[in-house]
Design a binder for this molecule. Structure first.
Ligand code: Q46
Ligand code: ZN
Length: 302
């Protein structure tokens, strides 16, 4: 197996591109895919300050590394979720990465700063753990980006994540969610701009990037992910991808190109009814925002 670019012995093949790469050309391939996503979706402009949400896992650390390699101004944001050893371990990886590169890591700790953790929040609000967690992270990421004066918040969602979420939204024909499923969400109305620069890379590619680039990341899965339906969607899509390489990318990018323009109005309508939450100031359509409600139910504060 030879590298597509330089004909040296390859270390990895990427079936979707029908190509194999040697060590340096694979790292370049990943960086090029990120650059291409940033340019084609107009995600980040020269000189902008980026806040990268890092979990200590492979995707977010690969993303942070790629942005730093591209000499962007990129700080990390770690949110401690209070999920036992998993949280302390993942924090360790995020801190070690930042220290090694002399990069700035902004830290928020849900139990210390807001008085609740994800297991408590999930049972108090009778929400699935990932729903309570997703809601908390969305709020805290947005707030941290606005408070820190960042131009853009970047997350490590990769092609597998986005295809699985799309699959779920299509199964339920959830139009407002479909309308928001873009790799870029604009700023305004109390929202920071949000971007997903890894959408052109699969999970396997981000893992290989970390291994080849010498990035240590937490391999262990979050213990609360069991039963998460996105994992089931990922499995189903992996099965299809194994038989027909390229299906995931065709599904996701086909949506962005052909269907997304038709479903944006559903998401825009939702933004119209927003007003600031009286407790925390975040945009909400309800009387009090979902984060403040969750924090109060879990015995914490916002
Ligand atoms: S951290 Fe949170 Fe994930 Fe754990 S509880 Fe679910 S959403 S699985 S990325
Ligand atoms: Zn609120």
């Amino acid at each position: 197996m030879k590298c597509r670019s330089c004909r040296a012995p390859a270390v990895i093949d990427v079936y979707r591109h029908n190509a194999a790469f040697c060590h340096p050309c694979f790292l370049r391939h990943c960086r090029e895919q990120v650059e291409r996503a940033i340019k084609s979706f107009d995600m980040i402009h020269p000189g902008e300050r980026v806040l990268v949400a890092v979990s200590g896992g492979k995707d977010s650390l690969a993303l942070w590394d790629i942005l730093l390699q591209a000499e962007m101004s990129a700080d990390g944001l770690y949110v401690g979720l209070g999920i036992g050893d998993y949280s302390s371990e993942s924090r360790r990886y995020a801190r070690a990465f930042a220290e090694l590169r002399g990069a700035k890591l902004v830290e928020i700790d849900l139990p210390t700063d807001f008085g609740y953790d994800i297991p408590t929040g999930s049972s108090a609000a009778k929400r699935a753990p990932c729903s309570a967690c997703g809601l908390s992270k969305r709020h805290l990421f947005n707030q941290a980006a606005l408070d820190g004066g960042y131009d853009v918040l970047a997350t490590g969602h990769n092609l597998d994540d986005e295809a699985a979420v799309l699959f779920g939204n299509v199964l339920r024909w959830d139009l407002p969610y479909l309308g928001r499923q873009f790799p870029v969400l604009p700023s305004g109305d109390g929202f920071a701009r949000k971007v997903k620069p890894l959408v052109r890379l699969s999970e396997r590619e981000t893992a290989a990037y970390c291994v080849l680039q010498g990035i240590d990341y937490i391999v262990e899965e979050c213990p609360m992910s069991a039963g998460n339906r996105h994992l089931r969607y990922k499995e189903a899509l992996n099965d299809i991808e194994a038989r027909s390489p390229g299906s995931k990318a065709a599904f996701y990018f086909g949506f962005l190109e052909r269907l997304a323009p038709l479903v944006t109005p559903a998401a825009e309508e939702e933004r119209e009814g927003l007003h600031p939450c009286p407790r925390c100031g975040s945009p909400t359509v309800s009387e009090v925002c979902a984060f403040c409600k969750l924090a109060a139910r879990a015995g914490g504060h916002s």
